[in-house]
Design a protein around this ligand. Structure first.
Ligand code: FE
Length: 338
């Protein structure tokens, strides 16, 4: 009898908790974790009274968790980096379309799809060793496939989302055949088999092991802002190019988020996305990882990005980057870009 009463009490407690959760909670699965995040999230709670339950993990881990949880997932919003990963979640039909006049007004059309939105952007840039490579030889992504650069090119794995998204843009601009020829040319120019992350490529360029590499802008910005003498020495060796300024513009990738199809707190989820597009949140979100906001009117003051200056960005729709992923992976496989 005693235990029966306890069980009823427990059920009552749970349902009371459930009722509050409906109104004042947001369950956020996030693959981003930076210093400015605390302010980013606490301001949302301050403005709306909605408490954020955050589950933070690596990108692939979170996606796997969402897959396993399926319809029972408590997740309201999935926030992650790279169009390829958002595309994966979208392909698995995890998101629901969001209609929001706030998001439509704030986020440029090429930075959103029907199911998810970009909230910050990063560029895939060319870094080269100033004493071994000429600036004129590395102005475009296409140049890295030129036999002139034989034995000089370093880049991370061809199955990494950053390179898949770049390839997806190239497929859109050049077509599949030319993209494959490009990938083959890159592989023929490799200084070494792909290994490590973008920072490792940057360091290898500075050390002279490679002449030129591709890297996301925030890795370079992070090193430029570092006070470690070793990082400063690396940066001093490097030349930096915004690729394809005379053609399609520099390839830009994103961090973004969508509302889960099974979101228990859908209204809160939409409020959260709208908050991420606000002036203040845009600054926190971009600054946290040395990125640029997607809302055009929002300015950050980041000394490294200011030093790198302005550039023409490719304005291909982020959904197109997503769509071409599988095609690009096959192209890279055939080209031997492991
Ligand atoms: Fe990264």
């Amino acid at each position: 009898m005693q235990s029966f009463k306890l069980a009823i009490a427990a059920v009552l407690c749970l349902s009371a908790f459930g009722a509050t959760a409906q109104e004042k909670v947001l369950n956020l699965y996030s693959a981003r974790h930076y210093q400015t995040d605390e302010a980013l999230y606490s301001n949302f709670t301050k403005q709306t009274g909605i408490k954020i339950n955050r589950i933070e993990a690596g990108e692939n881990e979170l996606l796997e968790r969402l897959r396993n949880e399926g319809a029972n997932s408590p997740a309201d919003v999935f926030l992650t980096v790279d169009a390829a990963r958002l595309a994966k979640a979208d392909e698995l039909q995890m998101f629901q379309p969001v209609k929001s006049s706030v998001l439509e007004a704030r986020i440029p059309a090429h930075m959103r799809t029907a199911d998810w939105y970009a909230f910050s952007q990063r560029a895939r840039i060319i870094v080269y060793n100033k004493s071994t490579v000429k600036t004129a030889d590395v102005q475009n992504y296409e140049d890295l496939a030129n036999p002139k650069l034989k034995g000089k090119v370093c880049v991370r794995s061809g199955s990494h989302p950053y390179n898949l998204s770049l390839g997806a843009a190239l497929v859109e601009h050049l077509g599949e055949q030319k993209t494959e020829a490009w990938a083959r040319g890159m592989v023929a120019n490799f200084a070494r088999a792909p290994k490590g992350g973008d920072t490792d490529q940057i360091k290898a360029v500075a050390a002279g092991e490679c002449g030129v590499a591709l890297a996301n802008s925030y890795y370079l910005a992070r090193m430029m802002r570092s006070e470690k003498p070793a990082d400063q020495q690396v940066v001093a060796q490097l030349g930096v190019v915004w690729p394809n300024q005379k053609t399609t513009g520099t390839h830009v990738n994103i961090s973004g988020a969508g509302v889960m199809k099974t979101a228990p707190n859908k209204a809160n989820a939409i409020k959260f996305l709208e908050y991420l597009a606000s002036d203040q949140a845009q600054v926190y979100f971009a600054d946290g990882n040395n990125e640029w906001p997607v809302v055009a009117s929002v300015k950050t003051s980041n000394p490294a990005l200011e030093k790198l200056g302005k550039f023409k960005a490719d304005t291909i729709n982020v959904g197109k980057l997503a769509k071409n992923q599988a095609t690009v992976q096959k192209i890279y496989d055939r080209a031997g870009w492991k």
